[in-house]
Write a protein that binds this ligand. Structure first.
Ligand code: KIV
Ligand code: ZN
Length: 519
């Protein structure tokens, strides 16, 4: 499948999200969801869509039939056991497809023959011959699978494969049904079968790998190296037990490492992220955060060193662009590992232009926050910087606060404030912890302003979210000021908000007496 213009071999992508994928516990999709996914797979450039297992239920039959009717580009396959009724039902379901395929399978390993099928090798060869021929009478395109091929002795696997091709199979699939093979073994199995089966050149060989040992993608690539030219896979790697080889991983491995894997697929990789989201939503199956290609962390960088590198050159820590898989952009996740460069870049992105000192101050506060809080969101940074900008000229600054609260009152606050460079400490009681904090402030900085409003809301979600407190103070004559403060501790936010408002009053020349403490 090479040509002069493109020296790369074409590998067919056979998507079984709607069949093997749907077999995964809890991943059932509705009829409409299946149609939507099938449309998406077709638009993305999948070569063969395995739409379901028509004999399994009327619902499956309807879904395969409708997909067969509406898909105009890809082949549509229906699965069938090596049973006459299954094959007839699959043939019926794919009848209206532009390119119909029947995919029939039978076990070939000794363990399956002895315990599940209770048949001899010869009996199974007879079954293969009969059922493949029946399928071939219904459609031109017949795939035959040797279930549990990787635990089948090579001589018998060759014999079964030869019989299937002779009976009319156009694709031979040799699955690693139980996810047991290693890449070397899997590659060698394909080499051996293709070399030893006399009519092997009359069929396309296919890989189908399960992920029980986490080797599904590696094994699929190894199978290609052994001569397979069709890969059976699923979006997000969903499937029986630990799942199947993930389509997005296979496609991107072939694309990114085209230097050592010279194979093309027809997939438009920029649709991979959307496909992943569509499948995850349809089967209510979350995508692991660190999943390759489509996980939410796949293009997120938190470590300071990595963020610094990424800001200098994208290729320092990314081997493919986010755009190439349909992700809008790289994200620098702000957390305790983030460095100054990333923090500066984040602020710039958020529209802040801070001087060096302000930036340094904000960075110190950001680090302190990141140490206490798992996720630092943009809103947290915004609150932190706004507060920082406002406090640059403050005469009264919070140094520390300890509050004793609980059911056994009275609540008591011990507060340390820096007033014009001098630190004062006061203890005060109150009717509740917030009242105690405000009384302590009043004790250090006497004033006549009246608290008009006190409001708390969470800046972000979760129990470790920053609490943002708004305070409004009014003075004689009716003028008022507001102050905001944010911190994961509501009482600290309260003190900050109150002090911000107080500093505004001081700046306006109101009757506030910071000098009382400074004296
Ligand atoms: O894993 C497997 O062997 C299968 C077959 C039906 C192809 O899914
Ligand atoms: Zn399977």
């Amino acid at each position: 499948m090479t040509n002069a213009a493109n020296p790369k071999d074409r590998v067919l992508i056979f998507d079984t999200t709607l069949r093997d994928g749907e077999q995964c516990p809890g991943a059932t999709m509705t009829f409409e969801e299946k149609l939507e996914i099938a449309d998406f797979l077709d638009a993305m450039g999948v070569d063969i869509i395995e739409a379901g297992f028509p004999i399994a239920s009327d619902g499956d039959f309807e879904a395969v039939s409708e997909i067969a009717r509406r898909i105009k580009r890809a082949s549509v396959a229906g699965l069938a056991r090596a049973i006459s009724a299954d094959i007839a039902r699959a043939g019926e379901a794919v009848r209206h497809a532009v390119k119909p395929r029947i995919h029939t399978f039978v076990s070939t390993s000794p363990i399956h023959l002895a315990h599940q099928m209770r048949k001899t090798e010869d009996e199974v060869i007879e079954i293969i011959t009969k059922t493949v021929a029946q399928a071939r009478n219904l459609v031109e395109d017949v795939e035959w699978s040797a279930m549990d091929a990787t635990r089948t002795p090579i001589d018998y696997l060759c014999r079964a494969t030869e019989a299937a091709i002779k009976a009319g199979a156009t694709t031979i699939n040799l699955p690693d049904t139980v996810g047991y093979a290693t890449p070397d073994e899997y590659r060698e199995m394909f080499r051996a079968v293709r070399e030893r089966v006399p009519n092997a050149d009359k069929a396309i060989f296919s890989v189908h790998c399960h992920n029980d040992l986490g080797l599904a993608v590696a094994n699929s690539l190894a199978g290609i190296a052994g001569g397979a030219r069709q890969v059976e896979c699923t979006i997000n790697g969903i499937g029986e037990r630990a799942g199947n080889a993930a389509l997005e991983e296979v496609v991107m491995a072939l694309r990114v490492r085209g230097d050592v894997l010279p194979y093309d697929t027809g997939i438009d990789s920029t649709l991979l992220m959307r496909a992943s989201k569509a499948v995850s939503t349809a089967c209510s199956f979350p995508v692991q955060y660190n999943k390759a290609i489509v996980g939410r962390n796949a293009f997120a960088h938190e470590s300071g060193i990595h963020q610094d590198g990424m800001l200098k050159h994208q290729q320092t820590y990314e081997i493919m662009t986010p755009a190439s898989v349909g992700v809008t952009k790289t994200s620098l996740v702000m957390g305790k590992h983030s460095g100054r460069a990333a923090f500066r870049s984040k602020l710039k992105e958020m529209g802040y232009d801070l001087g060096d000192n302000q930036l340094e101050d904000a960075f110190t506060r950001f680090k302190a926050l990141a140490d206490r809080k798992k996720h630092v969101y943009d809103e947290d940074i915004e609150a932190l910087v706004d507060e920082n900008i406002a406090s640059a000229h403050d005469r009264v600054k919070l140094v520390s606060l300890t509050v004793i609260a609980g059911t056994r009152g009275p609540q008591r606050a011990t507060l340390k404030l820096d007033v014009d460079g001098r630190v004062s400490t006061e203890e005060a009681e109150g009717n509740g912890p917030v009242d105690a904090v405000f009384n302590a402030i009043k004790a250090i900085v006497p004033h006549e302003a009246v608290l008009e409003l006190y409001q708390v809301h969470a800046v972000t979600e979760g129990t470790d979210a920053q609490a943002e407190v708004s305070v409004r103070l009014s003075v004689e004559g009716g003028s008022s000021v507001t102050g905001r403060g944010a911190d994961p501790d509501t009482l600290v936010s309260s003190a900050k908000a109150y002090l911000t408002a107080l500093n505004k009053l001081i700046a306006r020349g109101a009757r506030v007496h910071p000098q009382a403490a400074a004296e």
